[in-house]
Structures are given as C-alpha cells and as structure tokens.
Write a protein that binds this ligand. Structure first.
Ligand code: ADP
Length: 205
C-alpha cells in the first residue's frame, strides 16, 4: 500500500556567519508556511534593534539559560564570544509530532551535536535529518556581505572571517552544498532540496 503520510523531516541549515542563512531561511519560511516549522534559537546576547522576542530569538538571562542546559532542554548549545546560543529540544519534537517538518539554523560547530542528539539508538532510528551547508562564493564576498550588513565592528568581522575559513572546511560532513552566489538561484536550490526530500522513499520508514 502507498502510505498516507510520510515521516516529518528535520532540515538542518548551517553556514559561516554572513553566508546568507537567515536570508534564505526567511525565504523558505515564506515558501512552505505551516508545513515547515522554523525552530527559534535561544540566546543570552542582547536584543538588537528590530529583533522580536520569540521570532528572532528567545532572549534568556544567563541564569535561565544555565537552568535549561542543566535540565537537558537544548539539542545543542554553545558559547560564542561570550554569548550563549542553544537549539531548544521540546519544540522540535512537538512540531514533528504534529507532522510538521522542522527547519533548524545551527552554526557549523553545533551541527555535529545535533546529528548526535538526533541519531536515535540501535532499537529505533531518530527522525530523518537532512543537513545542508550554505557557502559564500568566496571569503572576499563574505567579507563584503558582513561589512554591508552593517551589524558588526571591523574587529568582529575579522574574527568571523577567520572562523569562516575553518568552517568552510566542514562542508563534506553535509548531504547538500548550496553556494549562495545569486540569491534567487540559491533559494531555488534550497526549495528543490525540501521538495525532493519530501518525496524520498526512506527504507526505515
Ligand atoms: P547569516 O544569517 O548567514 O549570518 P545573512 O542572511 O544575515 O547571513 O546575510 C548576510 C548579508 O548578506 C545580509 O546583508 C544579506 O542581505 C546579504 N546577502 C545574503 N545572500 C546574498 C546574496 N546571494 N547576494 C548578495 N547579498 C546577500
């Protein structure tokens, strides 16, 4: 029999800062609406102008963040330049239970933790995970984008670029590589990945 439903999928998007993952994830959210649940990251960093609690991030105090870490509330968490970031665990499984696919936006270091956290055990496979690496066309263009975004000081941009060089070396750990040169082309590729993965026949399903 042809199954009436397919198992929901976690789409994990990673990229060096400035490669365009926020821009591309926003476009995907518009494409897929309710069927693709965008996981909101928690952070201890201060809110920037224009950011919205619960949409941009969940803004937590250090104490609350530590409490949630201790309670196992994050699939992955890390402290970067003094600010902590974490991917809340419960909303992922709530969305999957409702049959929604989940869109996670996690830095390159965090992706490995998410893979491990979702791998399941020998008795039961974890939810299907599709990981996608978004790369800038070059480090020069990454620098131009970070500068053009107007969010970071020259010192922070320099730090981000150094980190990006190491992060780019990790692309082989992913299932898909999308080079964000022309935005429309990268968006088309990402949308195609979501559509194709939704049609994939999974042997364990
Ligand atoms: P990230 O979330 O990966 O840090 P952003 O989505 O904030 O990156 O993008 C960084 C900057 O680059 C933003 O100013 C964004 O508008 C711009 N940008 C994103 N994709 C492209 C593209 N394909 N061409 C030109 N500029 C882009």
């Amino acid at each position: 029999m042809i199954p009436a439903k397919r198992p929901p999928i976690i789409f994990l998007v990673s990229a060096p800062s400035g490669a365009g993952k926020t821009t591309l994830c926003e476009l995907l959210k518009q494409d897929f609406g309710e069927s693709l649940y965008p996981l909101v990251t928690a952070t201890t960093r201060p809110m920037r102008p224009g950011e919205v609690e619960g949409q941009s991030y969940f803004f937590l105090t250090q104490e609350e963040f530590a409490r949630r870490v201790a309670a196992g509330g994050f699939l992955e968490h890390a402290t970067v330049h003094g600010n902590s970031y974490g991917s809340p665990r419960a909303p992922v499984f709530q969305a999957l239970d409702k049959g929604q696919d989940v869109l996670m936006n996690v830095d390159v270091q965090g992706a490995e933790s998410v893979r491990a956290a979702l791998a399941g055990d020998s008795a039961q496979a974890g939810p299907p995970l599709v990981d996608i690496f978004i790369a800038p066309p070059s480090l020069d263009i990454l620098q131009t984008r970070l500068t053009g975004r107007g969010q970071d000081s020259a010192e922070v941009i320099e730090r981000r670029l150094q980190k990006a060089a190491a992060e780019l070396a990790c692309w082989r750990a992913y299932s898909y590589l999308v080079i964000n040169d022309d935005l429309q082309a990268a968006h088309d590729q990402l949308r195609a990945i979501v559509l194709a993965e939704r049609a994939r026949i999974r042997k364990s399903a």
